[in-house]
Design a protein around this ligand. Sequence first.
Ligand SMILES: [Fe+2]
Length: 192
Amino acid sequence: MSEATNIELNGVHHLALVCRDMEVTVDFYTNILGMPLIKGFDIPGGQHFFFDMGGNNLLAFFWFNDAPDAAPGVSSAAHLLGTGRISSGHGSMNHVAFDAPMDKIEAIREELIGKGVDVSDVINHADISTQPGILRTTKEVEEETWLRSIYFLDPDGIMLEYCANVKGGTGDVSLPVNADGVKADGKGLDGD
Ligand SMILES: [Fe+2]
């Protein structure tokens, strides 16, 4: 039974992040990533700037004059994907993935490297159930490859990703775990 709702799902209007130096952030997102800066204004104790990330979506940044320092592993991912655990604190923003055309992912990587950004290898994500000894990521595109991604950090250590769909996923959904990591069927994580 479907109920009437006024809640429409229209994608992201803006995602708001926090930077240490707005000048550096503006330089990175406009000159390295090519996002037009479409709005920027002062607020009491800070600034609020908006970049156009395409697809009618905005990436916003705050600068606060009382912001604490970055805390990798708490406020943001502990490591760049592929170099260590990417865990971060409850309620944190772990990473942002920008949609990339499938045939451009390698070229985007080369261009970013040419602009001095430290970018991961292209990581191919397999659409498989997690099992001990079976990797969800592969170096080459395989039959099971679902997404292709590259990862890098912005000037504040915010993990960014360009992600290209290779094919539609299977739609498999694991049971969610509770705060103790236990599922409704009493089991823990697959693969553990
Ligand atoms: Fe991702």
